[in-house]
Design a binder for this molecule. Sequence first.
Ligand SMILES: Cc1ncc(COP(=O)(O)O)c(C=O)c1O
Length: 394
Amino acid sequence: MSKTWRPATQLVHDGSLRSQYGETSEAIYLTQGFVYESAEAAEARFKGETEGYIYARYGSPTNDMFEKRMCALEGAEEARATASGMAAVTAAILCQVKAGDHIVAARALFGSCRWVVETLAPKYGIECTLVDGRHLENWEKAIRPNTKVFFLESPTNPTLEVIDIAGVAKLANQIGAKVVVDNVFATPIFQKPLELGAHIVVYSATKHIDGQGRSLGGVILSDREWVNEHLQDYYRHTGPAMSPFTAWTLLKGLETLPLRVKQQTENASKIADFLADQPKVAKVIYPGRKDHPQADIVAKQMKGGSTLVAIELKGGKEAAFALQNALQIVKISNNLGDAKSLITHPATTTHKNLTDEARAELGISGGTVRLSAGIEDTDDLIEDFAQALAKVQA
Ligand SMILES: Cc1ncc(COP(=O)(O)O)c(C=O)c1O
């Protein structure tokens, strides 16, 4: 495959393994195992003397196509597809730490990601410090002699805080730690953490990569050395592998990723501008707006504003619920990245397990809603918000 192709071309063609039938659409190899020509061939495959598949938990052709296409897009040497985004996050972190090690993570994380580092890891003797990731000095202050991993998402879920990935990577390199970036909100179209110095990138492919609300999936991307040293055995023996059917769905999703993300971003940006002028809206946070609190870092590391908007209503929870209930096109759902516009109330859904104090720290109030812009007509979406806001008590 050509390294000179641009993303829109890579996402249609890269990684394709065409069978003897010459199919245009990628084939689904829905098989658990593989047959060897002889006992000697099986032995050689297991010894690693010959190339080829062994068992679908280790890898399989449709998954291979998805992984190769993701590598081309991300500029990574290796990828491993997982059954969900959380399987990717958990594997990427746990495969490289042991009891006695220390993780520094941004406190603004998706609820399950925060549970993995804050609650699960300490059960196995892995310490974790959560920091306000917006300020580099907090990362630096949290470093201990046993710090091995820095973990962050940027922009964050749901209040779209932005973290200086290159700055965190520089600190990590000084102590030989690895930076894991959950790049879901930025999408691979707008942000390339490996180019910014991060070592490992993870995605919930459930979101924009599928983008049509069908499959749960995830992917971990990094360099070959890290994958061979840390991830390979963990992945093969703990079994977070993706189903080949899911890999096929996601290959189809990748083909239209740039088109969808472009339209979603245009919608997000125009809705953000519309809402920012409405009297019932206290605040709009959107990385594509000049008034984003970290617009300077956005300009440095993102090529677009993202498909998500955080909106704070003056009327608190009552107004947030009234707005959601009055919307007709925009559906109430905690998912994101879908072709359909979706809205959620983080305080009572995705972030309900946090304490009131932790939610306040992250800027999640009763009046906060998170919009994931879909690919519908922009004017229809703005009209939907206008009619719904009219029904919200001031
Ligand atoms: C930022 C982020 N990371 C990880 C995940 C987990 O992904 P999945 O639901 O595919 O396990 C999500 C899901 O909402 C997310 O928003």
